[in-house]
Design a protein around this ligand. Structure first.
Ligand code: ADE
Length: 247
């Protein structure tokens, strides 16, 4: 997979590419990430990247030209016929694990980071194939959102994480929050690890984990529970939990 990131602050990404899962993915050559400085595509005397909005109003708007030129130049050498051009914006569709999985199957992503009050609408309309928001809050720039998106996509690329089974269990892969995890020491400041996890009863532990995962999801994110996607066993346990709550 190839990911090209277009930004006026390429240095912001440098340490994220040198650490953790992304570093490993780059070393294994499973993913190639390239940073592009949007200013390299500005051709006016003062390297002006933005301008006042037509119709008046506060703030500045990022010009369309440099974005179009950068994408055109990158697309010329694209390994994929049609790269996905992703614009990070709070107006975009909400990012979630399903979208991360979809993007992790693409060959080529071009990620556009916006700044200031906004980007010329023609970039939204005619250049981006996807407009994505990472949540209902305003960041000072698309760079932070791009880092979150790129990290969540790269870790799903086959071969990046050693143990695929850990992906199968994690939060959101199946739409439920994860069960609680503990490690040594067995007691910490008076808080003990649940007995069942030390019991050695694998079947009882498996059931306990399902129950905890369902309890947590029901308490914190009931919107994530779609009964259709639960197994028969999970449905039974959920019924029990709801029965206990209503008592
Ligand atoms: N740019 C500013 N805020 C953003 C958000 N919440 N998601 C994506 N891009 C953004």
């Amino acid at each position: 997979m190839k990911i090209d990131i277009i930004t006026i602050f390429p240095q912001m990404f440098e340490s994220t590419l040198k650490e953790g899962v992304i570093k490993i993915a780059l070393e294994k050559k499973l993913v190639d990430v390239k940073l592009h400085n949007l200013r390299d595509y500005v051709h006016n005397k003062h390297s002006q990247i933005d301008d006042a909005p037509y119709g008046g109003g506060f703030g500045m708007v990022m010009k369309p030209g440099p974005f179009f030129e950068a994408v055109e130049s990158i697309s010329k050498n694209s390994i994929s016929g049609k790269p996905r051009v992703i614009l990070l914006t709070p107006q975009g569709k909400p990012f979630n694990q399903r979208l991360a999985e979809e993007l992790s199957r693409e060959k080529h992503l071009i990620v556009l980071c916006g700044r200031y009050e906004g980007i010329d609408e023609r970039v939204h309309e005619n250049l981006a194939t996807d407009e994505i928001s990472i949540g209902d809050y305003i960041l000072s720039g698309g760079e932070y959102a791009a880092m979150a998106l790129v990290d969540s996509v790269i870790r799903l690329v086959p071969g990046v994480l050693g143990k695929r089974e850990s992906l199968a269990e994690e939060t959101f892969t199946r739409g439920l929050l994860e069960y609680p995890q503990y490690t040594r020491p067995r007691e910490w400041q008076g808080w003990a690890v649940p007995e069942i996890l030390i019991s050695g009863h694998h079947e009882a532990i498996r059931k306990w984990r399902i129950r905890k995962s369902l309890e947590k999801t029901l308490a914190r994110r009931p919107d994530l529970i779609y009964e259709d996607s639960l197994t028969e066993e999970e449905k039974e346990i959920l019924k029990e939990i709801k029965g206990l709550i209503s008592k």
